[in-house]
Design a protein around this ligand. Structure first.
Ligand code: ZN
Length: 383
């Protein structure tokens, strides 16, 4: 019997979508840990009366984040008239956009915002407003990343093309030796690539990396087109009514660099650090050695668990282990269940890893990049 992650069948309706190698990838069948952990978490919600979804604080937070975005956007485009005020406000717009993505869109996309599918769908669509396709996100993040996290060739989120080497199983190129320096500014412009190039290419080719996926049809296609048009209007159309093209381009760049840097760093601190595992399936059987839930824990690393500010701003994604185990639980619950998850991991001999602060995670990611860029003979992995 194969052990399957909950995000894959939960997100899609219809037949298995992946006409790709990942459809053959199965995990070990030992699911005792997962069964017991789910029982304990369910018992926690029963005994405390907390809601898994439709949490009031999530609705309040959504209103605050949207208000922050709208106020800062209007001030940036229509009110401020000095370059330094515009620069500061562009950074605030980038921050507000990132928090909408990390909190609202991410929970909606995982169907963790509400018990009502339509509420989740609307929240997920905020990604289209930011400029990236929520349809593609469902495949790339919801399915490929969440089912096959840190498995090279299957998890699209750890593949940044030849630009960098994030996994020990990716090909090393000579210039990766400097990637711990040059990748940081590139993280900032990755969002621009999704917005203006990558999404269109993937929709046209019907491929995400080596994985085929069905192109959007009907409402999915309408949302894709309407989302791109909304984004283009917000980023360029409306600002061009009151400013010159170079001014619009410069401040668009500032917003997207802040957005890209924040989104990338939150993701990379959780998976591309020294403490995370990067297993490969057996060549003979195609099977991953660990059960699905154990794999999720050991390929993820929490950070800054004691920081309420980090948890609030980052959509609970500093609790990445809890998120990967329970993607359909609203992130506002992650701090409350994290001790329970950690204790259960310890009991079952599953490695639960964390960094005490965001900074410790950043340092670990820097060191991981440096290690991945070293030639094989000097790689710390080989020692
Ligand atoms: Zn996720």
């Amino acid at each position: 019997m194969k052990s399957q992650g909950p995000s894959s069948p939960a997100i899609l309706s219809g037949p298995s979508p992946l006409g790709s190698p990942s459809s053959k990838l199965v995990f070990s069948s030992n699911s005792d840990f997962h069964v017991e952990l789910r029982r304990r978490v369910d018992e926690f919600f029963r005994s405390t009366g907390r809601r898994k979804r439709d949490c009031p604080q999530m609705y309040v937070k959504t209103a605050i984040l949207f208000a922050a975005f709208m106020v800062s956007y209007v001030l940036l485009v229509f009110v401020v008239d000095t370059w330094w005020q515009a620069l500061l406000l562009a950074m605030v717009v980038g921050l507000a956009t990132a928090t909408i993505g990390l909190n609202v869109q991410h929970d909606g996309g995982h169907q963790a915002f509400s018990n009502h599918a339509r509420v989740n769908a609307v929240m997920a669509m905020t990604l289209d407003m930011i400029g990236a396709s929520s349809y593609l996100w469902r495949w790339k993040h919801g399915i490929l990343h969440h089912t096959y996290v840190n498995i090279t060739g299957h998890d699209h989120d750890i593949d940044i093309g030849g630009l960098g080497r994030l996994s020990p199983h990716q090909r090393r190129l000579r210039f990766h030796g400097w990637q711990h320096w040059y990748l940081w500014p590139l993280y900032g412009i990755m969002v621009v690539r999704w917005q203006l190039v990558g999404d269109f290419r993937e929709i046209v080719t019907g491929r995400i990396g080596t994985h085929r996926f069905p192109r959007p049809k009907g409402w999915d296609f309408v949302i894709f087109v309407a989302g791109k048009l909304t984004f283009l209007a917000l980023a360029f159309g409306i600002p061009l009514l009151v400013h010159g093209p170079w001014v619009v381009l410069v401040y668009y760049g500032v917003v997207e660099i802040v957005l890209g840097l924040l989104l990338s760093v939150v993701f990379l601190l959780a998976h591309c650090v020294e403490q995370a595992d990067f297993p490969l399936p057996s060549k003979e059987t195609g099977r991953v050695e660990n059960a699905w839930a154990i794999h999720q824990v050991e390929a993820s690393v929490d950070f800054a668990r004691r920081s309420r500010v980090a948890a609030w701003l980052l959509g609970g994604l500093n609790f990445q282990i809890e998120h990967h185990l329970f993607p359909r639980i609203c992130h506002t619950n992650y701090p409350a269940i994290s001790t329970l998850v950690e204790d259960t991991c310890r009991e079952y001999g599953v490695r639960y890893r964390e960094h005490a602060s965001i900074w410790a995670g950043v340092v670990s990611h820097f060191r991981w990049l440096r290690q991945m860029g070293l030639p094989p003979a000097t790689s710390l992995l080989e020692e």
